[in-house]
Design a protein around this ligand. Structure first.
Ligand code: ZN
Length: 1017
């Protein structure tokens, strides 16, 4: 047994022990209902024959799906598909899937279709409800009962009332398909599932229909689905050619669309969350296709998310192991649970249920990488080995069809629906209990509330954070008068922006102090049904380096107040629940508008993102950045604050109110050095290799109203004078190593288009090429270098910093990568090094930043140098002398030579810190070819904190080789600059606090040297 097995084995035993009790509570005995067709209901012979034809082995079928019942009035999926679900030649577009669902709704009162919103590109999303006529006739009535169970405050937390409701209400089981566009089987499986649920008169299916409302969103990522079908059709028409990769899924992100359930930035996430909560559903079951043959990964592996009710994690075990049990009973190989997916991050779409008192579930079935064709597949040994949780493992070599995949998806779902229908009272009771315990949480395990003070210096970002909570359906209240509560006091030496209260601490015993909060402070009370998502987002995460899980599946830390750089004080003092408050509804905005009168206006720079929106909204206004802090008319203005002329008070007032920006009219301009804060002309450059992570940047630019040209490496290569068009080129993280960015893909075989065409109508016109294979090219690289030489600014982050370093446009900068697993999606603390750098205007010290893997930089005054800090970076015990006689601090003695004076020792060098370049030696300066001239040396505005303060949230194993190193570097290159971020400043809508370092670079692109002190030599 592995270290994991004991835990999960015990859990399985617990689930097995719990199950009979649950079954006894029901009026329907599971054992009494056998799967299989109703003897007196005819089957659709032709359809059934096709099921058998397209299924590659009899054991890839189950008695639940090895036939299709016939109906005289209800059309089968073949009516739209022209073939059965799982056909090897057909993937339906979203419009076809919706057309069929609406045909079903027209043909039977057992089906209803609801529009649930649209995608970024305007495509519709739907939810299809299926249940008996009786259930469908009283959907609203049932919804009202579920709403009461979901908010026990409405029934006075009365357990008897709840028990009655739980015995009368019908649960809602919500299934979502195809969030990942290259996992393409779910829509046809869900079309057929809806038909079966509506038509099949077998006792098994009738039992589900009579006792459960099944809700289905057949396609979550609709934009990506339609593009994927385009590519499949292209492939079928050009079978011998290499088909394009699905370079864009949704409009912004690819695989990360399933990491948005915290930040709630994508339309698909909001539409699913709204549907889930509006229906008061009990389950959200998301379908994926990447593991053979069915992995119920709901149970997953540790560590489990620490904010969930254990009632839920037990439900995972019950439902999941039942799934394995029943499908094993049908003889279907390769069905398993547990696996190695950890259940820590709440960013997955399914987690909307987990964090809202429901049950999250996820299947991985086996797909053929986006095609509908039947393929010979060889499955790696790691997936076919028999383990304790995979007693009937997947087969090593199979002919695999889309129909097989549909059989597994439908069988698994039907087994789950049946189990849920039979145990509906238990699950509704649990739904009530979990909701009730979420409310009780304020007074039991705590915290009682989080307080977001109304005197936070970053009220715009505070409003952004509150907006996320509103999208999560968290209730927000606001103190109507000043109040004080007891708050914990942590060891102040930990640093942090708000060391008195908001910083994680390993202090043995936190004491408390009474803290005053002004009127208008926001209070997120935990005595509400959706307290868990608020707690999970606002709290700190600690992932132990000793955790047996060595492969975190996703980010280990996400603490939103740190990522947004706003205060949120965790309060366990329950007196906070008695503070007089008003409920906050509607759009939350920071206060804004013009104050006073005068012809010059000033806006304090606090790195709120609204500032860059204003800059671009008033492109023609004269805005200046103050190079020093100043005070005027009784207000303090940080370094970088904007001084505005040429805009009317009326315009500034209305914009200030909408954006949440306070604008102060001044009698006279302040007498500090200033330079123009410009609305730079921006290009976002992407490769054709990978667009995953740059999409978050593009989304942020769109949401904040920053105009840009979206250009590919090809466009750059074909633009003769980049500087004539752009001031700043943003090369956000996008995958690909430096060589592949330049060289592209192999040029053998056919050109591979990514282009809107009659054959591929859903490929966007906003990013096209006739051939994705070429890279930036050497000519393109030279043009990019010329752009910077001529005064342009190139912004890089993550893998694109390697590109800048490797191709010599980031003089004196080197990359430093810690060992794998030292940092995995962690928030790390930083320190300001040079606050006069415009890149950090308005940025407070101790900012938390997102680090995917712990990357940092070194800086040097010499070309090709590795950076300063001498031996033993970050305080580690480095060597100080060579091997020889004596102790570590003794001088060595050479035998047979007279003892000499210290004038023959190496002269003492000036010391330098890890974020600094090592001072030059006389030897280096004597022949200074490689010595970088002072004005061209890298400048470090921001570094990582000392090791003991480095961790903010998540996993940090060591950190000695990250601590104190440069985190952001401004590398001059002739007349321009390359700005390098070791962190990802714009990530998943979770790092609002670090966005402005990018926007400062835009607004100060031609004055990045402001405030700089040059080395004397
Ligand atoms: Zn997936």
């Amino acid at each position: 047994m592995t270290r994991l097995s004991a835990f999960a084995f015990a859990a399985a035993l617990a689930a097995a022990a719990a199950a009979p009790v649950a079954l006894l509570a029901q009026d329907v005995s599971v054992q009494s209902i056998k799967p299989g067709r109703a003897p007196d209901q005819p089957i659709d012979q032709a359809y059934t024959a096709k099921i058998h034809e397209y299924t590659t082995e009899p054991f890839f079928l189950s008695p639940l799906v090895d036939y299709l019942p016939a109906s005289k009035t209800v059309p089968t999926p073949a009516a739209v598909l022209g073939d059965i679900a799982g056909s090897p030649t057909k993937l339906p577009y979203s419009t076809e899937v919706y057309q069929y669902m609406r045909m079903l709704a027209k043909a039977t009162p057992r089906v209803k279709v609801f529009s649930i919103g649209h995608t970024e590109e305007g495509r519709e999303m739907i939810a299809v409800a299926v249940g008996s006529e009786e259930l469908m006739a009283k959907l609203d009535q049932n919804k009202a009962m579920l709403a009461k169970l979901g908010d026990p405050r409405t029934i006075g937390m009365n357990d008897e009332v709840a028990a009655k409701l739980a015995s009368e209400a019908t649960p809602v089981y919500y299934i979502t398909g195809t969030i990942h566009s290259t996992e393409s089987g779910a829509p046809t499986a869900l079309m057929e599932l809806a038909y079966r649920l509506a038509v099949d008169e077998s006792p098994y299916v009738k039992n589900i229909r009579d006792h459960l409302i099944t809700l289905i969103t057949p396609i979550v990522e609709v934009d990506g689905r339609d593009r994927e079908v385009d590519l499949f059709n292209w492939h079928m028409k050009h079978p011998t050619e290499v088909a394009p990769d699905l370079i864009y899924w949704g409009h912004y992100v690819r695989h990360d669309n399933n990491r948005d359930a915290m930040g709630m930035t994508l339309d698909l996430t909001n539409n699913v969350l709204n549907t889930y909560t509006d229906w008061h559903a009990q389950v959200l079951h998301d379908l994926h296709e990447s593991e053979p043959f069915l992995y119920d990964n709901t149970i997953g592996d540790g560590p489990y998310n620490a904010w969930l009710d254990p009632l839920l994690t037990n439900e995972w075990q019950m439902i999941g192991w039942n799934n394995v049990q029943e499908m094993t009973r049908y003889g279907m190989p390769g069905v398993y649970a547990h696996g190695d997916f950890d259940t820590w991050s709440p960013g997955y779409l399914m987690f909307i249920a987990a964090t809202h008192n429901g049950i999250s579930r996820l299947y991985e079935t086996f797909g053929n990488g986006g095609t509908a064709e039947t393929l010979d597949r060889t499955i790696p040994l790691s997936e076919t080995e028999r383990t304790w949780y995979k007693q009937n493992p997947p087969l090593a070599h199979v002919k695999w069809s889309l129909r097989n995949n549909n059989n597994y998806e439908e069988t698994g779902l039907l087994v789950s629906l049946e189990y849920f229908a039979n145990n509906r009272r238990l699950f509704l009771q649990n739904f009530y209990e979990k909701s009730k315990r979420s409310i009780a949480k304020a007074r039991t395990e705590g915290p009682a509330a989080y307080i977001l003070p109304s005197n936070d210096p970053r009220l715009g970002s505070q409003a952004d954070l509150l907006h996320v909570l509103q999208k999560q359906r968290v209730e927000i209240s606001r103190a109507t008068a000043p109040f004080s509560v007891s708050v914990p006091v942590h060891r102040a030496a930990r640093g942090g922006r708000n060391p008195a209260s908001a910083v994680a601490s390993d202090a043995p015993a936190a004491t408390t102090e009474t803290r005053q909060f002004p009127a208008g402070s926001y209070i997120i009370r935990m005595d509400q049904p959706y307290s868990r998502i608020a707690d999970a987002l606002l709290d700190y995460q600690y992932w132990s380096p000793n955790d047996p899980q060595k492969n975190p599946y996703d980010d280990t830390g996400w603490t939103f107040p740190e990522g947004f750089n706003v205060q949120a004080i965790r309060v366990t003092d329950t007196t906070v629940l008695h503070v007089p408050v008003e409920n906050v509804t509607g759009v939350i905005r920071a206060p804004g508008g013009v104050h006073g009168s005068g012809s010059v206006y000033a806006i304090n720079h606090n790195a709120d993102n609204a500032i860059v929106t204003l800059r671009y909204a008033l492109r023609n206004a004269d805005m200046q950045s103050a190079e020093q802090p100043f005070d005027a008319d009784g207000h303090h203005f940080n370094r970088g604050s904007l001084v505005i002329r040429g805009a009317s008070a009326g315009t500034l007032d209305s914009l200030g109110k909408v954006l949440g920006l306070e604008v102060y009219a001044l009698g006279a301009a302040p007498s500090v050095a200033m330079h123009p804060a410009r609305a730079a002309r921006v290009a976002l450059m992407h490769t054709w290799t990978n667009t995953q992570t740059e999409g978050w940047w593009r989304q942020a630019f769109d949401l904040l109203g920053i105009p840009y040209d979206y250009v590919s490496t090809h466009d750059v290569e074909q633009t003769p004078d980049l500087k004539a068009k752009y001031d700043v080129i943003v090369f956000a993280p996008g995958g690909g190593n430096p060589e592949s960015i330049v060289e592209g893909m192999p040029m053998w075989r056919n050109p591979i288009p990514w282009k809107n065409s009659p054959e591929t109508p859903n490929i966007g016109k906003w990013a096209q090429t006739d051939d994705v294979r070429p890279g930036l090219g050497w000519d393109g690289l030279e043009k990019l270098q010329s752009f910077v030489k001529n005064g342009g600014v190139l912004i890089t982050a993550g893998n694109t910093t390697d590109f800048a370093i490797q191709f010599g446009i980031a003089n004196g900068v080197s990359a430093n990568q810690p060992k794998r697993g030292e940092v995995v999606g962690t928030l790390l603390r930083t320190k300001l090094v040079d606050e006069t750098s415009p890149i950090v205007y308005g940025v407070q010290d101790n900012l938390a930043v997102y680090s995917a893997d712990g990357a940092s930089f070194g800086v040097s005054n010499v070309r090709g140098g590795r950076g300063g800090g001498g031996r033993g970076f970050g305080g580690g015990g480095g060597a100080t002398r060579a091997t020889g006689r004596g102790t570590a601090d003794d001088p060595d003695v050479v035998q047979g030579r007279p003892a000499l004076g210290t004038e023959f020792d190496e002269p003492a060098r000036p010391t330098s810190q890890p974020w600094q370049a090592t001072p030059l030696t006389d030897d280096q300066l004597r022949n200074a070819l490689n010595v970088i001239p002072p004005a061209q040396r890298p400048r470090v505005p921001l570094r990582f904190s000392d090791q003991r303060d480095l961790l903010v949230s998540g996993l940090l194993d060591g950190g000695n080789d990250i601590a104190q190193r440069p985190a952001v570097v401004d590398a001059p290159y002739d007349k321009g600059h390359v700005v390098l971020f070791a962190l990802d400043p714009i990530y998943r809508g979770e790092t609002i606090g670090s966005y402005f370092m990018v926007f400062n670079t835009l607004m100060n692109f031609d004055h990045l040297d402001a405030g700089r002190t040059l080395d004397p030599r």
